[in-house]
Write a protein that binds this ligand. Structure first.
Ligand code: LRH
Ligand code: MN
Length: 427
């Protein structure tokens, strides 16, 4: 359905317009000192991992509106991610969440993914829900936290679950584990800030010791939800203290939705990079809380500024970090939502690559805010979509992935194949 020749068929009528758009933009960028070929090349090398928990319809506590044809097995999720990657050329890896995905035969799953051009990115553990496989068959509960828990048997179970996730990840070829903890309190006095933090630090150190030498551990901060008074790993400062306390290969993961309103997220990125502790991202967007909306759908300028800080950290190149999506799709077709998110990241990267960084530094030295802003706006307000389409084309993907996805009728086919009542695991 999404074989390269089928995509080429859909691209054919769009090629002439694309070629002239790309050429014209190349001339415009050249006048502004940017090299379209270099940017298109960098975009073609870009990839953002797809979360296995975002292939179904997400929900809020007020309801879920499944659309049917959702993947149930991890193999079916791999199929949908392979379809996504065939359309974008920029989603080469899968991030699994255990136990939502807990393959009986990891070697077979690894081969299944490899045959479809996919690898496995950071694994995700889950000690924020009571699942029989993570609570010693229900003997313990994570109601009052996991690594921060006052009861050693709960902490032990949480550490053992993370060890299990690492062993599984090794069999899948993953090289990292992301640990997001719901641990915290909802009432003043309920828990000791210091006690909880020190227990989490101890637990992460034990998990770190269980990791192979070439693995990374990502600590993911979040200010609130489900804890509504204090969260142990609440902000970038807490995450940095944890990563520094755990070890050299412990790094901080920035989920864009995990910041209080009006936080300067691009500055958080700059700080963590400066400290040598920036490990990766969960890209999404939000207007109020951890809304998990489509990346770039609410604050595209912020996304552009985040990529600008990344290029600053990488000396003009995108640093080799763990780039992953983390979204929840309540209203849109999950695959269309993931296409839009991947497209938005590539657009933000293209815009950031078009900034004349030497002139920006000069304007900053000269304290010329107008010139500095004009240099950013010129790059942000330019239509770089032909560069992104060119990158997709070079990866054998679709010039217009949404139109191609709809033209091939992927969702309708999956609806017929999987039925209209299948619901994917996840949030
Ligand atoms: C927590 C979070 C975390 C995942 C979960 C699915 O809000 O961002 O990264 O484990 O969502
Ligand atoms: Mn996340």
């Amino acid at each position: 359905m999404l074989a390269s020749d089928r995509i080429a068929e859909e691209n054919a009528p769009r090629l002439p317009a694309h070629r002239s758009d790309y050429q014209q933009l190349g001339e415009v960028l050249a006048r502004g000192g940017a090299d379209a070929e270099a940017v298109a090349g960098a975009l073609a090398r870009f990839s953002v991992a797809c979360p296995s928990w975002a292939l179904g319809t997400g929900s809020t506590r007020f309801g879920r509106f499944p659309r049917g044809g959702e993947p149930v097995t991890t193999e079916q999720k791999i199929d949908d991610i392979a379809a996504l990657h065939a359309l974008t050329g920029a989603n080469r890896s899968v991030s699994l969440h255990v136990p939502w995905d807990d393959p009986e035969d990891p070697a077979a799953l690894r081969e299944y993914a490899r045959e479809r051009g996919l690898g496995f990115d950071a694994m995700n553990s889950n000690t924020f829900q009571d699942n029989p496989s993570t609570t010693e068959g229900g003997k313990i509960s994570y109601k009052f936290g996991s690594l921060c828990h006052s009861d050693a048997s709960v902490r032990k179970a949480a550490i053992e679950h993370n060890r299990y996730v690492i062993r599984l990840g090794e069999k899948l070829g993953s090289k990292a584990i992301t640990i997001w903890l719901a641990d915290g309190t909802s009432y003043p006095g309920q828990g000791s800030f210091r006690g909880q933090f020190e227990r989490v630090l101890d637990g992460l150190c034990e998990i770190y010791r269980a990791m192979p030498e070439d693995w990374r551990l990502y600590t993911e901060h979040k200010p609130y939800e489900p804890a509504f008074y204090s969260t142990v790993n609440a902000d970038w400062g807490s995450s940095l203290l944890l990563a520094q306390g755990v070890g050299e290969r412990a790094l901080c993961l920035v989920d864009l939705g995990h910041h209080l309103p009006n936080a300067n997220i691009e500055q958080v990125v700059s700080r963590l990079a400066m400290a040598g502790k920036l490990g990766g991202f969960h890209f999404n967007d939000s207007k109020y809380g951890d809304d998990d909306l489509t990346a770039g759908s609410i604050e595209p300028y912020q996304l552009f500024l985040v990529f600008l800080e990344l290029l600053d950290a990488g000396g003009g190149e995108l640093p080799r970090l763990a780039y992953m999506l983390d979204q929840s799709h309540n209203l849109k077709d999950p695959i269309e939502d993931l296409i839009q998110a991947t497209d938005a990241l590539m657009i933000a990267l293209a815009q950031a690559l078009c900034v004349k960084r030497a002139e920006l530094r000069e304007a900053q030295r000269e304290n010329d805010p107008v010139l500095a802003e004009e240099l950013l706006h010129r790059a942000f307000r330019g239509d770089v979509r032909p560069l992104v389409a060119e990158a997709r084309l070079r990866n054998g993907a679709a010039i217009d992935p949404i139109a191609t996805y709809r033209a091939v009728g992927y969702r309708e086919a999956k609806l017929a194949e999987r039925g209209d009542s299948t619901v994917a695991t996840g949030l």
